[in-house]
Design a protein around this ligand. Structure first.
Ligand SMILES: C[S@@+](CC[C@H](N)C(=O)[O-])C[C@H]1O[C@@H](n2cnc3c(N)ncnc32)[C@H](O)[C@@H]1O
Length: 561
């Protein structure tokens, strides 16, 4: 099948079937003793002890009136390590810890539940340093009634991969799960946690090539402990059916046939995208290009780091650090950038971001800054600046001569921007303005050499990085965004000095949010733009190529307020 994500071999087998016992008195040591096999958190001493007494603590299942079954592996462990911040934790001294369930699967299942309810994002759990791992454990405890052993870096990586992949492939996985249920009603009425566990199992078997015994046994155990024995039996039956179909190469898939709509519906399942996106892309780009785009969206995203030259670092310094951390990297065609596919945890743990040595930034975002081309002495306004990736890069290009105003309507995100500016020692060059651009532009008389409008957009060009976005976007959003983009463009254009430039960028690939906005802008303000001097530049990190959509207009004179 086209559209399959590259199988990632992430699984490391458990060395023995012995109980992974975490001794209460030894819990901190155990947390800090990563085992060579990736199933860390089990100290040598703990392996020598007897297994935990299964089902020792009666735990009430949330949202259920059923009396709680005896759940295996749950024990009470003193809070010696990082605190588990939960309401329950406030009421009792020590959390209930389950020593048997696979910790990354339990955490992933709860994260998936929260994403579905709109209460979490896919990429939250990426920085252990800021305690997100501990907060996450609080959610796990509140949802499942127990927490798991402490998450090691390896577990965090697994949670990230499983959550992002399961969210991306949700439509495809659900189609298969529904096909393997005895009847559609069983799928439709399935309790949400059970569905997440099944999705994880399906994703592991189909996309991660996790060995069958592990994917089945571990997810069955999770369903048994987190729900009830019957739920475990159901997971067991469905996953075994799936394995059989996979082995015999007879997975059910919809046929691509019928009219445009029917074909788009089939493709939307096979490539796991909303039908409206499939139809729109086929209409705009043709079928081959649409498939290529969906494959790209389903692939693991790569990240890039930008070295912070304003602190005196060079790319060679960053490369040296990455080499010492054994993070595989590739130098970008852009001087300040280095690409990495894996190893973000190591970068975070080593404090390279906290120390301001580098920032996580897409090369495509860097290209926007190259188009702005900040020169020492320039006055620049970044009209939709937060969280500030482009502001900081522009400031670092000014060689300490010049000023940047960073404006945004979102106060919290502006705070993040200014904190990052401090970290990068650039705060003296940046002034933040908390305002709606449309009101600010009416009230100010200030004019700038360069005006960057990195407009709010649908994000349709960055779906591989933002796994849940495809499911949260509706076609109707485009209409609303286009109106806002027009208003913001009109406002931004009033801030440009005569002869200055206005740069419009988005991270969408939809023409409605890009060239069509500029075309209508030029039509609205024919005298504003130098004849024949406006040009469109499109680049975006899209379908494996580096392109950004940047639309530049050279402004003749500012609009009068
Ligand atoms: C695409 S993001 C900007 C990303 C940013 N340029 C960067 O590189 O980190 C769009 C931003 O526009 C802001 N925004 C939305 N409507 C706005 C308005 N009316 N006035 C000012 N900012 C607005 C949002 O708060 C959001 O931070």
């Amino acid at each position: 099948m086209e559209g399959v994500a590259p199988a990632v071999s992430l699984f490391r087998p458990r060395p023995s079937a012995r109980f992974p016992v975490l001794l209460a008195a030894d819990s901190v040591a155990a947390r800090r003793s990563p085992s060579a096999d990736g199933w860390s958190g089990v100290s040598m001493r703990s392996l020598e002890t007897s297994p935990p007494r299964a089902g020792r603590s009666a735990v009430r299942k949330h949202g259920s009136t059923e009396s709680a079954p005896r759940r295996s592996g749950i024990t009470r462990v003193p809070r010696l390590g990082p605190a588990v911040s939960t309401k329950r934790a406030g009421r009792r001294k020590d959390p209930l810890i389950n020593l048997e369930v696979s910790r990354h699967r339990a955490v992933a299942a709860v994260r998936l539940l929260r994403i579905e309810k709109g209460k979490a994002f896919v990429d939250l759990l990426n920085e252990k340093a800021n305690d997100s791992g501990d907060n996450e454990m609080g959610y796990v405890e509140r949802t499942l009634g127990f927490s798991t052993r402490y998450l090691e870096d390896w577990d965090i990586r697994l949670v990230t991969v499983i959550v992002a992949g399961t969210v991306r492939w949700k439509r495809y996985l659900d189609y298969l799960i529904m096909s393997l249920c005895s009847e559609e009603k069983v799928f439709r009425e399935m309790e949400p946690l059970l569905l997440q566990i099944l999705r994880i199992g399906f994703f592991e078997i189909l996309k991660l090539d996790v060995p069958a015994y592990a994917a089945v046994d571990e997810n069955v155990r999770l369903a048994k402990v987190a729900l009830r024995p019957g739920a475990g039996n159901m997971v067991n039956a469905i996953l075994r059916k799936l394995l059989l179909l996979k082995e015999t190469n007879s997975l059910p898939l919809p046929k691509i046939e019928g009219d445009d709509r029917a074909q788009a519906r089939a493709l939307s399942i096979i490539y796991s995208h909303p039908v409206w996106m499939v139809r729109r892309w086929i209409r705009l780009h043709g079928k081959d290009e649409a498939l290529r785009l969906m494959n790209w969206n389903n692939s693991d995203p790569r990240f890039s780091l930008r070295v912070n030259t304003s602190k005196g670092y060079t790319r060679a310094d960053l490369v040296k650090q990455l080499e010492s951390l054994q993070v595989h990297h590739e130098e970008s065609v852009m001087d300040e950038f280095v690409r990495i596919q894996e190893g973000m945890q190591a970068v975070l743990q080593a404090g390279l971001l906290k120390d301001g040595m580098c920032a996580v930034q897409d090369e495509s975002a860097g290209l926007v800054v190259s188009v702005v081309d900040p020169q020492p002495g320039d006055t620049i306004i970044d009209c939709c600046a937060a969280p500030g990736g482009k502001t900081l890069f522009m400031a670092s290009r000014l060689s300490r001569q010049g000023k940047i105003r960073a404006l945004d309507v979102n106060k919290g995100r502006l705070r993040i921007l200014m904190d990052a500016a401090k970290q990068h020692s650039l705060d003296d060059m940046i002034t933040d303005i908390h305002a709606d651009l449309r009101l600010y532009a009416k009230e100010t008389t200030a004019k700038y050499d360069k005006v960057l409008l990195d407009a709010p957009c649908s994000g349709l060009g960055v779906l591989s990085k933002r796994a849940d976005l495809r499911w949260n976007r509706q076609f109707e959003d485009l209409e609303e965004l286009m109106c806002l983009q027009d208003e913001l463009l009109d406002s931004a254009s009033t801030l440009v000095k005569p002869g200055g430039i206005l740069i419009y960028s988005t991270c969408s690939i939809d023409p409605e949010e890009n060239e069509n906005r500029i075309t209508t802008f030029v039509q609205r303000h024919p005298v504003l733009v130098h004849n024949n001097q406006h040009g469109f530049f499109f680049f975006l990190e899209y379908a494996g190529e580096l392109r950004i959509f940047v639309l530049i207009e050279r402004i003749n004179r500012p609009l009068t307020n």
